[in-house]
Write a protein that binds this ligand. Structure first.
Ligand code: HAM
Length: 443
C-alpha cells in the first residue's frame, strides 16, 4: 500500500473531531475580540516568501515549477499573503484591521515531536495601529485562547521580547545593519548550542569582541523584569540612548496595559526570544509550555515595515500564529483532550415492507427538520437493528412495526433508560422535537 508522505497526517473521524474542537475554540475565542476571518491561496508565487520571510523558512519551502513554468511554493505561513491582501485594499478597509484565519501550512522540516511538514495554524493580526495598545490586544487574545482550551498559568508562559531593542543593541556593538538578522539567528539558537559553537558562529561579526559580547548577551537573556532591563540598558555601553529610552517607555506602557488586563501571571520578559522570521520590528513573543522543553505553542510580534516592502505603502502591523501540533501534545499531556463520542439522536427500527416505507418517508421529513437520523440501509432483523443503534450511540429509537402502524402509532424508546411509549404517528415530529430539545418525556 502506498503510505502518506512523512510529516503529513491522516485524519480519521476521531482526529477530525479533535481538529473541529480546536477550530471551534479558536473561532469562539477570536470572535469575542471582534476579528473577522480571511483566507489566502495555498499555492503562492515563490518570491512572496523568498523575499519576505527570511532564510530559515525559505530553506523549508515546498516549492516547484508549475506546468506554466512559474516558480511556486505551498504557503509556509500566512503573513506575507495577508499583507498583500490588505495592501491591495488598504485605503478602503475600516481600521483597525483585525483579521484572523485558520489554515494548513507546509514546511519541509525534519518531522519530529511538535514539528511536521503539514500543520494547521491559527493567525490573528491587527493592522493600522501604532503603539503598544495593539500589542496588548494580540497578547491578551493569545492568552485568552490558551485559557479557553483549559490551560492555566501554571501550564504555559508567554515570553516577551523586543526586536527593536535588539537592533539598537547590535548597532551599539557596531554590527553592520545587513548582518543583524544573521546575528539574531545565532542568538535564537544560543540555548540549544554549546557556548563554543555560538562564539564561533558570532566571530565573523564581532572578531575579538566575541567573548565580551557573549558574556553581556548572557546577562541580557537572563533578565526577567523591567527594572533589571532598565538597569542593564543604563550600564551597557550604548550610543543610541534616546532611542533606547523611548523603547523603555513603550515597554512601561505595554506592561502597564497587560497588568491592567490582569495578565501578569501569564507572561514574563525573556530577551532570548528573537524570532526566526526576518520581518519583525518591535515587540515579539512566543508562548511555551511551562517547562519550556517543547517547541513553541505560538509566536508572533510586530512587523511594521513589511507592508511597505510588499506594497510600497507603509502600514503598522502585528500578529501571531498558533499551530495545532504542539497544542495537541500539550492538551493530551494535561488531560484536556475532549472525549471522542460517537452519538446519534435517533435510530429508526422497522419490521416489514410497509412500515419501512412509512419510516423512510418520516426519516426524510425528520432530517429536513435537522434531526440526526440513521437506519439500516439493508433491511435486517430487529435484533441486528437494535445492535446497530447501540453501536452508533443512538439516544432514541423509533420503532415501526406493522401492529403499531395499524393503530396509527410509532414507539419511541429512550435507549439509555430502556423506557418506551407509543406516540401518535401524526404527532411524531412535534413530540420528537420536544424530547430532543426540551427533554420532554411522558409521565
Ligand atoms: P512561526 O513562529 O513560524 O510564526 O509559527 C507559529 C507557530 O506555528 C509555531 O509556534 C508553531 O506552533 C507552529 N509551527 C510552525 N512550524 C511548524 C511545523 N513545522 N510543525 C508544526 N507546527 C509548526 C509564523 O508563522 C508567523 N507568520 C506568525 C505571525 C503572524 N507573525 C505575525 N503574524
Amino acid at each position: 500500500m502506498i503510505q502518506s508522505l512523512p510529516g503529513f497526517r491522516e485524519f480519521y473521524p476521531a482526529e477530525c473531531s479533535l481538529r473541529n474542537h480546536i477550530f471551534r475554540v479558536w473561532r469562539g475565542a477570536v470572535a469575542a475580540y471582534g476579528f473577522v476571518e480571511y483566507d489566502t491561496p495555498l499555492l503562492e508565487p515563490l518570491e512572496l516568501f523568498t523575499e519576505k520571510s527570511g532564510d530559515e523558512i525559505v530553506s523549508q519551502l515546498f516549492n516547484f515549477e508549475d506546468k506554466g513554468g512559474r516558480a511556486v511554493a505551498l504557503r509556509p505561513e500566512m503573513t506575507p499573503s495577508l499583507v498583500r491582501l490588505v495592501g491591495a485594499r488598504v485605503n478602503s478597509l475600516r481600521r483597525p484591521i483585525k483579521w484572523f484565519s485558520i489554515g494548513e501550512q507546509f514546511r519541509f522540516e525534519r518531522p519530529q515531536k511538535g514539528r511536521l511538514r503539514s500543520f494547521y495554524q491559527f493567525n490573528a493580526d491587527i493592522l493600522g495601529v501604532e503603539g503598544p495598545g495593539a500589542d496588548a490586544e494580540a497578547i491578551a487574545l493569545l492568552i485568552h485562547i490558551l485559557c479557553a482550551f483549559g490551560f492555566k498559568a501554571e501550564d504555559f508562559q508567554l515570553r516577551l521580547s523586543d526586536r527593536d531593542l535588539w537592533m539598537y543593541y547590535l548597532e551599539a556593538w557596531s554590527i553592520a545593519e545587513e548582518d543583524r538578522i544573521a546575528v539574531l539567528g545565532i542568538i535564537d539558537k544560543m540555548a540549544r548550542r554549546d557556548r563554543e559553537e555560538t562564539a564561533k558562529n558570532l566571530k565573523p561579526f564581532l572578531a575579538d569582541a566575541v567573548d565580551d559580547f557573549l558574556s553581556e548577551v548572557e546577562g541580557l537573556v537572563a533578565i526577567r523584569s523591567l527594572a533589571e532591563l532598565e538597569a542593564f540598558m543604563q550600564k551597557a555601553r550604548l550610543q543610541k540612548r534616546d532611542l533606547i529610552e523611548e523603547r523603555l517607555a513603550t515597554w512601561r506602557e505595554l506592561l502597564a496595559t497587560l497588568s491592567a488586563m490582569g495578565l501578569d501571571p501569564y507572561f514574563h520578559i525573556d530577551l532570548s526570544i528573537v524570532r526566526g522570521l526576518a520581518y519583525y520590528t518591535g515587540f515579539v513573543f512566543e508562548a511555551f509550555e511551562v517547562s519550556g522543553e517543547s517547541r513553541a505553542l505560538a509566536g508572533g510580534g510586530r512587523y511594521d515595515t513589511l507592508m511597505e516592502k510588499i506594497t510600497g505603502q507603509a502600514l503598522p502591523a502585528l500578529g501571531f500564529a498558533m499551530g495545532d501540533v504542539t497544542l495537541i501534545d500539550l492538551l493530551s499531556e494535561k488531560g484536556l483532550l475532549p472525549k471522542y463520542v460517537e452519538a446519534l439522536d435517533v435510530y429508526v427500527v422497522t419490521s416489514g415492507e410497509e412500515p419501512r416505507n412509512a419510516a423512510l418517508k418520516d426519516i426524510a421529513a425528520l432530517r429536513a427538520q435537522g434531526v440526526q437520523v440513521e437506519y439500516a440501509l439493508k433491511p435486517a432483523g430487529f435484533n441486528k437493528q437494535f445492535k446497530q443503534a447501540d453501536q452508533l450511540g443512538a439516544r432514541y429509537a423509533l420503532i415501526y412495526g406493522e401492529e403499531e402502524l395499524a393503530r396509527g402509532e410509532v414507539t419511541i424508546r429512550d435507549c439509555s433508560k430502556k423506557a418506551s411509549f407509543a406516540c401518535p404517528h401524526k404527532d411524531l415530529g412535534n413530540v420528537l422535537k420536544a424530547i430532543l430539545e426540551e427533554g420532554y418525556w411522558p409521565e
